[in-house]
Design a protein around this ligand. Sequence first.
Ligand code: G3P
Ligand code: MG
Length: 224
Amino acid sequence: MIKIGHRGAMGYAPENTLLSFKKAIPLCDMVELDVYVCKTGEVIVFHDHRLERCTNGTGHVMDKTFTELRALDAGEGEQIPTLAEVLELIDNQVAINIELKGPGTAYPVFQVVDQFIKDDRYTLDRFVISSFNHPELNHFKALAPDASIGCLISCIPADLAAIAESVQAEYLNVCGEFISQELVDDAHRRGLKVMVWTVNEIDDIAYIKGLGVDGIFSNYPDRL
Ligand code: G3P
Ligand code: MG
């Protein structure tokens, strides 16, 4: 079962910062991170649309220049990192689930990942590209047909795992609060792997493992 550090290891450090990824590397097989493209075009690693919860800034992350974002404190003196900086830091030590959070992220993320692959720093199979924005996933798949796609859902669809086929996914990334044995079994019948977010408590981890899933995202990946 794949142990996934959620936003790095956000139980131990400010989420989606270099410190969080540093702490996650020895604890997991894969890290998850969220990306937006800011006003000046850089791909930055950040979870929310707005800056208030995770920084000392205000407003929408996509309205800010990279220079403005870099001036902010993302917690414990950390800065908002670029995707390239996180890939440099991780240096192929663990796999990476890139969640396309902002609109229009597929092509800029592809460019960053593709450069690291061309530089022989990573292979494409070290990445899972996931999103709740399913058209964005189709855009990425068109750019990189061999990419592993993670279809994110936060519900139990009436037609169960069929939704993953609309984005040619290899993974169904399911919310731990909306999961059933039926959904997991249907995904497996369709040849999909199931990864479940975000599971932090020991008893919940045991329950989700009991469903036979393939991966779990946790803020405390050492508990998995
Ligand atoms: O990718 C799993 C999980 O991160 C999805 O939800 O809101 O934590 O990005 P969120
Ligand atoms: Mg995420």
